[in-house]
Design a protein around this ligand. Structure first.
Ligand code: FES
Ligand code: FES
Length: 398
């Protein structure tokens, strides 16, 4: 058992907790706050949503211990919140609930949407709500409730309500002109970028400042081989693909490739099929792989650019590979793209990619083929990420 100190609904709590207990169970079983509902317990349905330091989190996949010294707010903690009072009233008027199981999570998410997007239209509301599932209402009443509260706030602002929460630019995902269910494999979804578009992308500054709705992750790794050898290897698309966990090359023609990548992140599985184009600058030892794909299971779409730049290190005996991954997800998986856990997960993938390249260049081990076993290994990265976070929480080196 470990001792935890946190604040729950403005009440200071100090108690013992098992390190592996998740926040949802902790709230329900030890704090008797049963307004937090547990549905899937896999981070998918959103029923268990609570606020931690004013950010909505899924309490079923958050360790209670990770909330040390933080402010947790459950649905029971909004009794004096005028905005929540209006949202509850609107849900009642507009039939935003039936059985009520999803409702605590829906209300907390709705409040967060209203605070972040005071001018949200229906498309924005549906996009932001896509991480909360309701099996009863068909969502019409829930969306109408949020629209009604937004209008009400314009007509009758709340004095002293929480200020709208500032949204980091990279967390804003653009909405389609008209919100619609994604159709499977539209051609545009898998079309690689034109060469001049790739060239233009190369000269763009960092994605966070330029591309609304994209998430950018920078990382690097060092391989103990001279730059020329690494550069030549990185141009061999089948070999590079084989070093990417879960990736499979379907066909390639010069600089253009078609392929698949299987991702398993906890309960989520996705198999993105798509196409990409590699553009290399031999003088600068810099390359951009720009691609797009679609997961036909979740009907999520992804656009992504991987930029890598090679520089000599240690007198030329080693090479640093600086990688920038920029991506945008649309559809049901979009909700996961913004979490810190996913960013850590991607960083682990980049590190794993570097280790595989080192092994391949050294002739020590052939990279695994894209098999079920590879997918499993990708999934297991999640646990190393979570373990790394726990170690950091307790001040130990990762
Ligand atoms: S119970 Fe937590 S997301 Fe479903
Ligand atoms: S009201 Fe029943 S699941 Fe949403």
């Amino acid at each position: 058992m470990s001792v935890i100190e946190l604040t729950i609904n403005d009440r200071a709590v100090r108690t013992e907790v098992e390190p592996r207990v998740h926040l949802g169970d902790f709230l329900r079983e030890t704090q008797h706050l049963t307004g937090t509902h547990l549905g899937c317990e896999h981070g998918v349905c959103g029923a268990c949503t609570v606020l931690v330091d004013d950010m909505p989190v899924r309490s079923c996949i958050t360790f209670a211990l990770a909330c040390e010294q933080q402010q947790v707010r459950t649905i029971e903690g909004f009794d004096n919140d005028e905005l929540m009072r209006r949202i509850r009233h609107a849900f009642s008027i507009h039939h935003g609930l039936q059985c009520g199981y999803c409702t605590p999570g829906m209300l907390i998410t709705a409040r967060d949407i209203i605070l972040r997007f005071p001018d949200a239209d229906e498309a924005r509301i549906r996009l932001e709500l896509s991480g909360n599932l309701c099996r009863c209402t068909g969502y019409m009443g829930i969306v109408a409730s949020i629209e009604a509260v937004l209008q009400d706030l314009r007509d009758n602002p709340i004095v002293a309500q929480d200020a709208p929460r500032e949204i980091p630019r990279e967390q804003i995902i653009s909405t389609p002109a008209t919100f619609q269910t994604f159709t499977a494999t539209a051609d545009e979804a898998v079309k690689p970028a034109a060469p001049d578009a790739v060239a233009a992308a190369r000269s763009e500054p960092t994605a966070q400042t330029q591309r609304k709705g994209w998430t950018a992750i920078d990382d690097s790794f060092v391989v103990p081989f001279p730059l020329e050898k690494v550069w030549a290897f990185m141009g061999d698309l089948p070999s590079v693909t084989a070093c990417l966990p879960g990736a499979e090359l379907v066909e390639h023609d010069g600089e253009s490739v078609k392929g698949k990548i299987a991702i398993k992140f906890g309960p989520m599985s996705a198999n993105f099929a798509g196409a990409a184009r590699l553009d290399r600058d031999d003088a600068a030892h810099r390359a951009v792989m720009r691609g797009a794909g679609q997961d036909n299971i979740s009907r999520s779409r992804a656009n992504g650019d991987v930029t890598y730049t090679l520089t000599r290190e240690d007198g030329g005996t080693q090479t640093r590979v600086a990688v920038t991954l920029e991506y945008m997800l649309q559809g049901p998986l979009a909700q996961f793209s913004r979490s810190g856990l996913v960013k850590d997960f991607v960083r682990r993938m980049i590190a794993d990619f570097g280790a595989r390249i080192t092994a391949q260049l050294g002739g020590n081990a052939a990279p695994e083929a894209a098999t079920e076993q590879t997918k499993f290994n990708v999934g297991s990265l999640v646990w190393s990420v979570i373990w790394g976070r726990i170690r950091r929480l307790f001040g130990k080196a990762d």
